[in-house]
Design a protein around this ligand. Structure first.
Ligand SMILES: [Zn+2]
Length: 85
């Protein structure tokens, strides 16, 4: 098992023991967004669905930053997509 340190894409805070983190995926074709619990394995099948391709995921420290990420990226799609990495 690899240990990953992840940080919130919005505020940059490091993930600790909390389980309230979220992951957000943007559909490559811009058709939608997938938001899951960071530790939710059941979403794997969704993400592996060949019919739908998801862009890079964002780690988010709470529901509030999920919203912020979404509004940011949904608007960004109009102009230019930023590669966050
Ligand atoms: Zn955050």
């Amino acid at each position: 098992m690899k240990v990953e340190t992840c940080a919130c894409d919005i505020c940059g805070v490091q993930k600790k023991e909390t389980n309230h983190w979220w992951k957000a995926y943007l559909a490559v074709d811009g058709s939608g967004v997938l938001v899951t619990r960071l530790d939710d394995q059941s979403s794997l099948s969704l993400r592996n669905d060949p019919a739908q391709q998801w862009d890079a995921a964002a780690d988010l420290c709470g529901a509030q930053h999920v919203l912020e990420y979404l509004s940011k990226n949904l608007f960004h799609n109009e102009s230019q997509q930023e590669a966050t990495r």
